[in-house]
Design a binder for this molecule. Structure first.
Ligand SMILES: [Ca+2]
Length: 266
């Protein structure tokens, strides 16, 4: 009897295993998840989170790369008192709000990186930036037919729990910070989507590789940021899009990388 039970249990385990592998179980390797493509987009690996301050710091240490904000001597910072953007001297990836403000926390997404800086990091990491269509497919959990407003479902709040880092109150002068964060939040703080991706909506805008159709001299960005008010830009919804010039560095913009599946991996 013991052996029979054991065998049944073993067969059951195999069945459960085979069901779960058919059930879109996320495939994750070395901090990247597999996003299944469709007729227009090939399968690709995507970083689980936006590139963190710690990861970017390692890149700087190993390459002595100077970001464009460091070369220019200033970068774009949103002023919560006045509700306007200023060029702030000394604002860099290490001090995204300026030298007299707190240093960027290592587990937060890196910001104050231009598109050109992001490309340099990607090359060093042997990765690339996603296209805006690849990013959108990742927001839709790899299912182009998914129609939810957000990557996690229909509502930005469940009970008392916010699903992402965005702006509560009235942009640009009143931020009630009900989600707990005035600026960036630690990557992954608000949970994963079905593919195990974190901060694919909210926290920071993320650079994409392709040019905007409406503004051909600017690059697309997706994901929305801590400055996105659902009643104003609503940039953190699935499909939200923004654009910027390649040399611009802002306190609410970062990036994440992807990799082709036909390349030798890991
Ligand atoms: Ca917030």
């Amino acid at each position: 009897m013991y052996n029979l039970n054991f065998k049944n249990g073993f067969i059951m385990a195999l069945l459960i295993g085979s069901f779960s592998s058919c059930n879109n179980t996320p495939i994750e390797k070395n901090g990247m998840v597999l996003v299944k493509g469709n007729t227009e987009i090939k399968d690709f690996w995507m970083d689980v989170s936006p590139v963190t301050v710690a990861q970017f710091s390692e890149f700087i240490e190993k390459t002595h790369f100077k970001t464009q904000a460091e070369k220019f001597g200033d970068a774009g910072v949103f002023d919560f008192e006045t509700g306007i953007w200023n060029l702030v001297e000394g604002a860099t990836w290490e001090y995204p709000f300026g030298k007299n403000k707190p240093k960027a926390a290592s587990n937060h997404p890196v910001t104050q990186v231009s598109w050109n800086d992001a490309i340099a990091y990607c090359k060093w990491a042997k990765k690339r930036l996603p296209t805006s269509q690849e990013f959108l497919l990742a927001q839709k959990n790899g299912n182009e037919k998914e129609k939810n407003t957000y990557t996690w479902g229909e509502n930005y709040k469940e009970g008392n729990h916010y699903k992402a880092n965005f702006w509560q109150g009235n942009f640009p002068l009143k931020n009630t910070v009900e989600d707990g964060f005035l600026t960036t939040s630690p990557v992954g703080y608000f949970g994963k989507n079905k593919l195990n991706l974190v901060d694919i909506e909210g926290n920071v805008w993320q650079w994409c590789s392709d040019n905007s159709i409406e503004k051909p001299n600017e690059k697309n960005q997706r994901g929305g940021s801590f400055l996105c008010d659902p009643l104003v830009c609503h940039g953190f919804k699935t499909g939200g899009i923004s654009t910027c010039t390649t040399e611009t560095s802002l306190c609410h913009t970062g990036f994440r990388c992807v990799r082709n599946t036909n390349e030798k991996l890991f």
